[in-house]
Design a protein around this ligand. Structure first.
Ligand SMILES: [Zn+2]
Length: 139
């Protein structure tokens, strides 16, 4: 009997909050329950949020992708190559970099001329593209 009393006294002494031991246990139980409930609600919302964010990011990536590859061919020469390719058995064209699907490969010539004259913009777009990939956790 004396050991038990001492034990309770020391536990009460440890917490020293003015609450009785069982009130404290009840409080901890309620807090744990509240945390679990909040976590369930948050994880549910986060999944929805991430899903929306992914879709937004995906369309952003497709908007920013120039869908061409410009490589330096030495001596102020650049080679511009379309990234659209048509998977076998389809009439659709898909960008190898961002995955955008088009009904046709696009107006190649116009695009080549445009990007050939706007190499700075191409480089900026590629920087932006990489940033978005990093944001999406793909890099
Ligand atoms: Zn693309």
């Amino acid at each position: 009997m004396t050991t038990q009393t001492t034990l309770f006294a020391s536990i009460n002494g440890v917490f020293n909050t003015g609450l009785s031991f069982w009130e404290l246990i009840g409080l901890i139980g309620a807090t744990v329950l509240a945390i679990v409930t909040i976590k369930v609600v948050i994880s549910f919302d986060i999944n929805k949020f991430l899903d929306r964010k992914d879709k937004r990011l995906d369309s952003k990536i497709k908007n920013i992708c120039p869908h061409v590859e410009i490589t330096h061919a030495g001596d102020k020469q650049f080679s511009i190559q379309s990234l659209f390719e048509s998977p076998p058995g389809t009439h659709l064209w898909q960008c190898r970099r961002c995955g955008l699907i088009r009904n046709n490969g696009g107006d190649y010539e116009k695009e080549y001329v445009y990007w050939g004259e706007h190499i700075d913009e191409y480089l900026n777009r590629m920087k932006e593209f990489e940033k978005l990939l990093k944001k999406g956790g793909a890099l």
